[in-house]
Design a protein around this ligand. Structure first.
Ligand code: RP5
Length: 163
């Protein structure tokens, strides 16, 4: 096994039902990743250590998912120069997920978090693979194949509708 190049973190085990989509697509695209729980509110020291150590251990991007008052992606982005992709998770007690979306999306200038759709962990995985693919030909090749498969699916449905 080679070294993980993408870190997937989430605020709680309850986020895993959403965040596993990022792991699945990274696996499909041949990207090595690690996955763990890091909470901005419950384990702030762990969050600090994770973000501070991420670049040195070889990560190229971090996917951070959280729900509610979702500070994890923004706080991690404040502690590292790695690109951080934020996944707003619709947690059970949320106001339709708007709390998660706005707290991850509305970062002040200077500390960007690339925010995907509510529960959009799949796109977070693809975006992380695209970051890795800028310097990894094998991953870039997998991404090209993935794009071709999307096109093929549409073309197939066009043919089916025409019949
Ligand atoms: C956030 O609070 C987590 O990211 C999760 O989405 C939400 C609820 O957490 P649990 O109460 O299910 O642990 O910190």
């Amino acid at each position: 096994m080679s070294q993980p190049v993408v870190g997937i973190i989430m605020g709680s085990q309850s986020d895993l039902r959403v965040m596993r989509e990022a792991a699945l697509v990274l696996e499909e695209l041949g990207v090595e990743f690690e996955l763990t729980i890091v909470s901005a509110h419950r384990t702030p020291d762990r969050m600090f250590d994770y973000a501070k150590g991420a670049k040195a251990k070889g990560l190229k991007a971090i996917i951070a998912g959280a729900g509610g008052a979702a500070h994890l992606p923004g706080m991690v982005a404040s502690l590292t120069t790695l690109p951080v992709i934020g996944v707003p998770v619709k947690s059970s007690n949320s106001i339709d997920g708007w709390d998660s979306v706005l707290s991850i999306l509305q970062m002040p200038g200077g500390v960007p978090v690339a925010t995907v759709a509510l529960d959009g962990a799949k796109n977070a995985g693809i975006l992380a693979a695209q970051i890795v693919g800028t310097s990894d030909d094998s991953v870039a090749h997998h991404l090209q194949e993935y794009k071709t498969s999307l096109k093929d699916k549409v073309e197939l449905s066009i043919d089916e509708v025409a019949q």
